[in-house]
Design a protein around this ligand. Structure first.
Ligand code: G3D
Ligand code: MG
Length: 233
C-alpha cells in the first residue's frame, strides 16, 4: 500500500497484526515499540487497539506501520478473521517460558492462513519468542523455534518487551522486508538503539465496525498532526 504525504514523499503503509495467546506479552511488545515503555500489566483490551508508527528506512524510504493488537480475541473469536484480513504482516507471539503458548502458535497460524486465503498476497509471517529476559525459566528451545519458523516460512525473532531487547529491530526488520529494503547488520544495530516518542492510540470498539472503514483517512490526518519520525538511516 502506498500513498503520498503533503511533501510528495511516497509513504508505504503496512498493516501489522500481533496475535498469540493471552499473557504472552502482545500489548507489552507493542507499547515497548510505540511508546518505549513497559508496564507490569495492561488492562485487557475490549475491542482492539491499533497504533501507528512511522519509520524512515535507509534510502529515505518512508513507511508507516499500523500495528494492531487483537486484545482478548481468542482463536475462534468471531471478529478475528475480519481483523486479520488485509494484513501485510502477522507476528505470532509466544512466551518462551510457556510451552503451551508455543504449541498454540500452530493454531494461530491456521486461523491466519484461513483468514488470508483470499488475499492477493499472503502476509509476511514472523515468529516472535517473547520474555527472553526470563532465560532461566525458558522451556522452548531455540531449535524448536527455528524448526517451526522454517517449516512455515516464518521469520524468526527473540525479544524481551520488558527489557526492550531486540524490539525495535524486530519492527524495523519487518518494515524493511515489506518495503524491499535490505538492512546491513550495522543498520539493524542502529535500529535497535533508536528510541522515539510516539504516537496515536486508537480504540476501535468491536461494536463500531463502521469506524474501521474510516480508519485510513483518520490515520492520514492524525499521523500528520501527531507523529514523529523514527529515522533509521
Ligand atoms: P498480552 O497482551 O499478550 O495478553 P501483556 O500480554 O502484554 O498484557 O503481558 C502479560 C504479562 O506478561 C504481564 O504481566 C506483563 O508484564 C508480562 N510481560 C510481557 N512481556 C514480558 C517480557 O518480555 N518479560 C517479562 N518478564 N514479562 C513480560 P502480569 O504480571 O500483568 O501478568
Ligand atoms: Mg493485551
Amino acid at each position: 500500500m502506498s500513498d503520498s504525504d503533503d511533501d510528495g514523499i511516497e509513504m508505504l503503509q503496512y498493516k501489522v497484526i500481533v496475535v498469540g495467546d493471552g499473557a504472552v506479552g502482545k500489548t507489552s511488545l507493542i507499547m515497548r515499540f510505540c511508546e518505549d515503555a513497559f508496564k507490569q500489566s495492561y488492562k485487557q483490551t475490549i475491542g482492539l487497539d491499533f497504533f501507528i508508527k512511522r519509520l524512515v528506512l535507509p534510502g529515505n524510504v518512508h513507511t508507516t506501520l499500523q500495528i494492531w493488537d487483537i486484545g482478548g480475541q481468542q482463536i475462534g473469536g468471531k471478529m478475528l478473521s475480519n481483523y486479520i484480513f488485509g494484513s501485510h504482516a502477522v507476528l505470532f507471539v509466544y512466551d518462551v517460558t510457556s510451552a503451551e503458548s508455543f504449541k498454540n502458535v500452530e493454531d494461530w497460524l491456521d486461523v491466519v492462513l484461513q483468514s488470508c486465503k483470499n488475499q492477493e498476497k499472503m502476509p509476511y509471517l514472523g515468529l516472535v519468542g517473547n520474555k527472553m529476559d526470563l532465560n532461566h525459566l525458558r522451556v522452548v528451545k531455540a531449535e524448536k523455534h527455528s524448526l517451526l519458523a522454517v517449516e512455515n516460512s516464518m521469520n524468526a525473532f527473540f525479544v524481551s518487551a520488558k527489557s526492550g531487547d531486540k524490539v525495535n529491530s524486530l519492527f524495523v526488520k519487518v518494515a524493511a522486508d515489506l518495503a524491499g529494503v535490505t538492512l546491513s547488520k550495522a543498520e539493524l544495530e542502529v535500529a535497535e538503539n533508536v528510541t522515539t516518542a510516539t504516537i496515536v492510540k486508537h480504540e476501535v470498539s468491536a461494536a463500531n465496525e463502521h469506524s474501521k472503514i474510516e480508519l485510513k483517512d483518520t490515520i492520514k490526518k492524525e499521523e500528520r498532526a501527531k507523529e514523529k519520525d523514527c529515522v533509521v538511516s
